[in-house]
Design a protein around this ligand. Structure first.
Ligand code: SAH
Length: 396
């Protein structure tokens, strides 16, 4: 048995055999050797069977994240080049078909690269390295990106709190090339500014691309309320689809400023759009007392659930906004409602929406079930990769 290895407790090899990439601390029987944080370790079953090769995370409850289930595959710079190349190749048919200039190149665990997210915005690649295993391979990742995307700027936005679970500090740095303040991407014939400095996460919510397009059939001649608008993507689509009026709501001033610029970028008429910097929970109540009504409402809140412990309080938040939104819908109105909390399953989300309809005194019909775009695929062995859920609901 090699020097650095994790030997699993009896019976705890099942999930690794099913190619799930996480090995929890509780599954480890003992450690062999003295691996440092991030080092590659061999994973063995209690009876000495080789199972996988993984990155060791001593500070995290996820004690190891699997790089490969193939005993012959080494974890070296070439490994990262191969995985990044393969992930981008898988996306090329959709990128070409849809003419995308912004897409997720690597979706971490779902692409066999735990802890590594890479988004492309025109000629800028933005990466997030969330685990210690990912962090120590930064140079190899940058080299692989330079080879696959020659001339692209490479920027790191690892300014996320989850890094602390791996005893890593948040980090922002440009790793290659010059970083512009913002770039424009195009999806479904709509141009969108991405703020590379102040933008959320890596800059944009690429996962909602198909769902922004899903608003189009419902908006012509209609009044639309876009809640949690960020830079106004859903609103820009709605205006392009012929909406009479769109109200974009977000707490973030810079996001709304970019939402305004996104209208200019697409030659859309600003007089058909309002920008409201306000808390959505308060705004929905205010509109109810003012008797405001809408034909279409989009609810795309941030992740409310960050652990199983707050699932119920998060559920109350989802219920509240869905209930308040339904009250503002005209008869026959459409609600596009989302949850990006992976820990909330679709069946639970659907129940929350049903509870909201009950309390709003409305009957309602789910017309479509929505999910994340295809550049955020779900590896069959890693169902946790499915996190975005949406419902198109018609209200009586
Ligand atoms: N629909 C957007 C993405 C929304 S992300 C798109 O398609 O790009 C969630 C947004 O909710 C963020 O912009 C954040 O600033 C905003 N937000 C978070 N809490 C809020 C609150 N209580 N009221 C209003 N906006 C909020």
């Amino acid at each position: 048995m090699p020097r650095n290895a994790l030997v699993l407790a009896e019976g705890r090899e099942k999930s690794v055999k099913r190619r799930h990439p996480w090995i929890f601390a509780g599954a480890v029987h003992h450690l062999k050797g003295k691996p440092k944080a991030g080092d590659t370790v061999e994973i063995y079953s209690h009876d000495g069977q080789w199972l996988a090769r993984a990155a060791y995370s001593p500070a995290s409850q996820i004690r190891a994240r699997v790089w490969t289930f193939d005993e012959k595959e080494k974890v070296d710079a070439d490994f990262f080049a191969r995985r990044i190349h393969a992930a981008d190749e898988r996306r090329q048919p959709m990128v070409q078909r849809e003419g995308l200039t912004g897409y997720r190149v690597v979706a971490a665990e779902s692409d066999g690269l735990p802890g590594i997210t890479i988004d492309r915005y025109d000629n800028v690649l933005v990466c997030q390295l969330l685990s210690i295993g990912a962090d120590i391979w930064r140079d190899a990742i940058v080299a692989a990106l330079k080879a696959r995307f020659p001339g692209c700027t490479i920027h790191e936005r690892s300014d996320v709190a989850v890094r602390r679970k791996e005893e890593l500090e948040p980090l922002v740095q440009t790793l290659a090339g010059e970083l512009p303040q913002k770039v424009a991407i195009e999806e479904n014939g709509i141009k969108l500014w991405v703020d590379l400095i102040q933008g959320h996460k890596t800059g944009y919510y690429l996962d909602q691309r198909d769902n922004r397009a899903a608003v189009l059939p419902y908006v012509e001649g209609k009044e639309v309320l876009n809640c949690f608008s960020y830079t106004g993507g859903f609103g820009a689509y709605a205006l392009k689809g012929g909406a009479k009026h769109v109200t974009q709501v977000d707490v973030s001033g810079p996001a709304l400023e970019l939402a305004r610029e996104n209208l200019l970028l697409n030659g859309l008429d600003e007089s058909r759009c309002d920008f409201v910097q306000e808390d959505v929970f308060a705004l929905l109540r205010r509109y109810a007392t003012e008797g405001r009504q809408f034909d279409v409402i989009v609810l795309d809140p941030p992740k409310f659930v960050d652990s199983k412990a707050n699932l119920n309080s998060a559920a109350r938040g989802y219920k509240d906004i869905n209930l308040q939104a339904m009250k503002l819908l005209r008869p026959g109105g459409i609600l596009l409602t989302f949850s990006c909390s992976g820990l909330m399953e679709m069946s639970f989300f659907q129940k929350i929406v049903a509870d909201a309809a009950l309390d709003a005194g409305r009957d309602a019909w789910i017309q479509r079930f929505l999910s994340q775009s295809a550049d955020h695929p779900v590896n069959v062995h890693y169902p946790e990769g499915l996190y975005l859920k949406g419902l198109v609901v018609q209200v009586d």
